[in-house]
Ligand binder design. Sequence first.
Ligand code: NAP
Length: 494
Amino acid sequence: MTHRGQLSERDGVPVYGNYINGTWQAAASGKTGENRNPAKPDDLIGHFASSSAEDVEAAIAAAEEAGPAWAAMSPIARSNILYKASEILLARASKVGADLTREMGKTLKEGIGETSRAGQILRYFAGELHQPDGEHYASANPETLLFTMREPIGVCGMITPWNFPIAIPAWKIAPALAFGNTVVLKPASLTPLSAVNLIEALDEAGIPAGVVNLVTGSAGAVGDPLVADDRVKAISFTGSNAVGNGIKEVASARGAKVQLELGGKNPAIVLADADFDHAVTQVINGAMMSAGQKCTATSRAIVDRKIADKLTNALTDRIGKLSVGDPMAETTTIGPLISQEAADRVAGDIQKGAGEGASIAVGGTRPDQPGHFVTPTLFTGVTPESFLGQEELFGPVLGVIPVDDMDEAVAVANQVRYGLSASIFTRDIGRALRFVRSVQAGIVHVNSETAGAEPHVPFGGYKGSSSYSREQGKAARDFYTQVKTVYFDPPPTA
Ligand code: NAP
């Protein structure tokens, strides 16, 4: 597959551009930055535009210019473009998924799965435009037709992380475009190729010039001017709490609509009556897939003391057998972390956890091979208030916290500043329901892992994991539209 976004080659390595006003183009400065494979750092994937405020300015101007015609276009015509983009992406999911794995490090199965999900998101929002929009109300005046309609906000700025480098841009861009907004996307610096692949699908589907724009480059050079620009009426951000809260301060102060999806410290409660083997499998999947680099990853196994030793032994055994290595290989279950810096940070956090008195049951090492690998790690003796009990590590690290009963389990689950997702494993539907009602989390699973989200239902967290708004499904419409209330009276009869 030739990339539309590829401008040239340098020593056999592709050079990719920004997508501004319908044209793939180099950064105004001509500068580029490298993107490397986290499993094989010698593998140089591409050179990507290292953009500056000048490129952001051009992208915002293009998005603003394109806005009125896009908003005025028939929703069915917009739907057709999104649907076509979904078909293009789904048809090339294997290739795009392999690109994703090469630059991000999750296994090929996960890379292809995420790409398919991005295609399904585009398809869902194409379909959403065939759904009823607005509401009709009774009026005090019998002559009045009283109704609401939804209208776009305008230019939307999207800032996205590297851990779901195609699904997250898709779940922001698809609803924004569907409801008539225009977009400037700043993807994570570590995963620009997945963003290029997504934008290429929209480009090939015939999106009009300026409606969607991609500007790659660093947080300061691209992110800051995007967040600060008054023409950008909404900012949707997914990433870390520190960055998200800073962005909210700047964008809210100038009156923009802001949506934040942030970190998690997600618990899986395992009660003594759970289907034991199922719980072990699900807890490991939740904690270790994508090397634990999911906002919804399980990082605390809160377990009934009666089965704590049995669960610890089973987790130790199974986690020790996970195959760590090249994510392109079919036999691999755990790939690398995203970067050397991330691997160093997680390794340091493991040492810190051990220094606080928790014990490493398995893992905790750096395999002696190139690539940013950390072995999947299980801690025992984790206390709820400790560093390991409280902080998001964003790596393949799970801590076991024994508790006496269900009430203590829920109290421990809630004793963190985050509230993204949570799960419980039990056969007791009464306890399961009590958990659903009392756990402070935006996404709750009964007898399944904490990770995993379908595109047609709301996604987001409680407390420090989110900014109250939700993404995906019908919830996305609330963020990407504003409501107009119409009192429609006939002219007085003569
Ligand atoms: P991050 O460092 O906050 O970066 C996220 C994005 O923000 C990147 O595109 C980054 O650009 C950009 N950015 C950084 N500083 C900025 C600034 N001052 N102004 C504007 N943009 C700026 O997060 P990350 O390390 O990529 O992602 C990991 C975090 O995301 C974890 O905490 C995880 O839980 C969270 N996450 C949450 C969800 C959710 O839905 N709740 C989903 C996935 C991930 P550069 O790449 O150029 O630095």
